[in-house]
Write a protein that binds this ligand. Sequence first.
Ligand SMILES: Nc1ncnc2c1ncn2[C@@H]1O[C@H](COP(=O)(O)OP(=O)(O)O)[C@@H](O)[C@H]1O
Ligand SMILES: Cc1ncc(COP(=O)(O)OP(=O)(O)O)c(N)n1
Length: 267
Amino acid sequence: MSIPRALTIAGSAAQGSAGIQADLKTFQELDVYGMSAVTAIVANNSTTEQGIFTQPVQAIEAQIHASFEHVEPQALKTGMLFTEEIIDRTSELISYYGIKNVVVDPVMIGKMGSQLLLDEAIEALTKHLLPTATIITPNLEEAARLLNVSTPDSPSAMEKAARELHETGAQYVLVKGGSLKDYPAIDILYDGEEMIYLQSERFPTIHTSGAGCTYSAAITAELAKGKPVEEAVRTAKAFVTTAIKYALNFNRGIGSTYHAAYRKYHK
Ligand SMILES: Nc1ncnc2c1ncn2[C@@H]1O[C@H](COP(=O)(O)OP(=O)(O)O)[C@@H](O)[C@H]1O
Ligand SMILES: Cc1ncc(COP(=O)(O)OP(=O)(O)O)c(N)n1
């Protein structure tokens, strides 16, 4: 028996809501075989700060080789990459293996407050990784930092950011409007020609940790199945919306999106 296979190159979020934990849970929920290359171990959450431990570049490379040479993913995503060196080596290996479906989530600062990308690494992300991407999935703050402009504060500002980010060489840009509090949960997908709006009700919850990772992992899973980009994003939007609707509250700080919710409750 054979099933679609996907790789995440990302950080480990010990508290379980984000990073490779969110990615692998999402792959599993969407019936995709998940693999991981761990770039860093993050032991912070919204109530404690115990540290960020990056992995040596050789260890990250070895994991990527192991994934490609043994099982070979049909799609991959990147999440927390933290340093310029990790970004550059990851970009080189994406080109070396010639993989077609590449989802870049330009993770910078987690909702729990951890800095997950060094400021001096933003340029490498823009110049070396984004041009390899089938789709990039910045939130509003990340879009602003990538473009060195102020944070988009309306759908028309999101459209402008999407247009400018498309110039980096990514085939599709998905600007996520989760932090646009006065609007429904609007995201904009741009392919260089058309602006496609994806919208859902905004749920009154703070427990959305890992929403971005879950969303980009669901897109990756659908691309691994061979789905076209717009269809993959629409399924992923439904997946993350349901995961937020049924978010988990652990009664301490910010809780998690619920990765099993789509399977259990989505009609
Ligand atoms: N309160 C909410 N209710 C419904 N959807 C939301 C809510 N907050 C965020 N989203 C959606 O979750 C997804 C992730 O968005 P966002 O939170 O902006 O990303 P990130 O986790 O990277 O900061 C997007 O589809 C966004 O529209
Ligand atoms: C290890 C690790 N990677 C990424 C994130 C950020 O996750 P994301 O889903 O983009 O955003 P939050 O909703 O969690 O802020 C993380 N926290 N940890």
